[in-house]
Design a protein around this ligand. Structure first.
Ligand SMILES: Cc1cc2nc3c(=O)[nH]c(=O)nc-3n(C[C@H](O)[C@H](O)[C@H](O)COP(=O)(O)OP(=O)(O)OC[C@H]3O[C@@H](n4cnc5c(N)ncnc54)[C@H](O)[C@@H]3O)c2cc1C
Length: 386
């Protein structure tokens, strides 16, 4: 059993890992180091209630501030680890502080993908509380917001900003919003809904750059076909990339590869959350998932592995999104599917993604929370039978 577990990254996965170590009876030191200045908090609210002014920083903490010391978890904030020596079992922060460890957990999450070229003032990304505060402040005056990328973060911000009275233009290079994950049928349903809420949706349009005035203030987003879309604020919502761990030899492009318990290829080094590319026995493949439920359960799974109580967990992926009066809930995993069964009654809908032989692979429910349990059970049975 290790004497000191060092968890790098005080987000959801790191926090859950630290908590689960204590809950599992671990008696050694647990040190949780995070680059941000706030204790672990709920990231999903940043594009929803927090951006809509319905919550403040103090309301979004995962645990009350005193929780960490009460559970003998040494929470070290404002500290970025930028070097790890595996042989010496140390990690060194930017300011030169040295942390030693017997087991190391990498929970550094992901970074918002930025626009490939330098962008003027007024062009935002949304990943951290700091990002959300800056964007929220800019939206205070209303105006016109161009969102580049109609993925989950982009569409949720479109929903929140519209509700705040901001004019929103949503620019998507693909044929429709959320099309890659949810397919063209659901994408078309959602596109109609966004337009009905006043969003100007530009699909099949890629962004070539940004135009600013002499003072360097953003004035417009320039589309690749030369058209300029005037705006006061822009959000680049082009997804996230794993935050590379400072360990030579652990590649992070597609995430840090782990087994089903979160072990990396380096002894006593584990990875979890958005960073981890975890082996999924049921899929027979590795998968990196950027969702809340996955980060929470992987953090706990790594704690169990450290405690020697490993169980190969292979939970059915699940995520939710709140937007334009819809609670979207997605269960399962379908990268490809043959057919989609859509059932739409105007106020709510469901979409079941099926394989060529008719097996359900995944399901999306919109405002049908009561159906999630039954669908989940069906998908688990199907997966076991496959
Ligand atoms: C705006 C937004 C909305 C979302 N909405 C939803 C939703 O509705 N539903 C859903 O299922 N999921 C949602 N998600 C995804 C969900 O929040 C993430 O999957 C989850 O937060 C991942 O947790 P994590 O601990 O792996 O990473 P993170 O939460 O990113 O935490 C990683 C932490 O590590 C720190 N760190 C990084 N490098 C270092 C270093 N070198 N040293 C020290 N610290 C470091 C970072 O600063 C960060 O605090 C949303 C995400 C965002 C950004």
């Amino acid at each position: 059993m290790p004497r000191t577990v060092l968890v790098i990254g005080a987000g959801l996965a790191g926090a859950r890992c630290a908590e689960a170590l204590r809950a599992g009876g671990f008696g050694g030191r647990v040190v949780l180091v995070g680059a941000e200045s706030i204790p672990p908090y709920e990231r999903p609210t940043l594009s929803k209630e927090f951006l809509g002014n319905a919550r403040e920083a103090a309301d979004i903490l995962l645990r009350p501030r005193a929780f960490w010391s009460e559970h003998q978890i040494e929470l070290v904030l404002d500290t970025r680890i930028d070097a790890i020596d595996v042989a010496a079992r140390t990690a060194i922060s930017t300011s030169g502080k040295v942390f030693s460890w017997d087991a190391l957990v990498l929970a550094t999450g992901a970074l918002a993908r930025r626009f490939p070229r330098p962008a003027p003032r007024g062009v935002h990304v949304l990943r951290s509380l700091g990002d959300a505060l800056a964007l929220r402040e800019k939206l205070r005056c209303g105006g016109r917001l161009v969102i580049v990328g109609a993925g989950f973060v982009g569409t949720e911000v479109a929903s929140t900003a519209t509700a705040r009275g901001v004019d929103v233009v949503l620019v998507e290079a693909g044929p429709g919003p959320l099309g890659r994950v949810l397919g063209p049928e659901v994408s078309a349903l959602l596109a109609d809904r966004y337009r009905a809420h006043g969003v100007e949706l530009r699909v099949g349009a890629s962004v070539g750059g940004f135009l600013s005035d002499r003072a360097g203030r953003l004035r417009a987003v320039k589309l690749a076909d030369g058209e300029s879309v005037a705006c006061d604020v822009a959000l680049v919502a082009l997804g996230a990339i794993p935050e590379p761990p400072p360990i030579p030899g652990l590649r992070a492009e597609g995430g840090v590869a782990t087994d089903a318990c979160g072990r990396t290829t380096i002894r006593s080094v584990y990875a979890c959350g958005d960073l981890a590319n975890t082996w999924r026995p049921a899929l027979g493949a590795r998968l990196r998932i950027e969702h809340w439920t996955n980060a929470a359960s992987q953090g706990a799974a790594v704690a169990r592995a450290i405690l020697g109580r490993e169980e190969q967990r292979d939970d059915l992926p699940y995520f939710w999104s709140d937007q334009f009066g819809l609670r979207l809930q997605y269960v399962g995993h379908a990268q490809e599917w043959a057919t989609v069964d859509l059932d739409d009654d105007g106020d709510s809908f469901s979409a079941i993604y099926r394989s060529a032989d008719g097996r359900p692979l995944a399901a999306l429910l919109a405002n049908r929370p009561g159906d999630v349990g039954a669908l989940r059970r069906e998908l688990v049975v199907e997966r076991a039978a496959a």
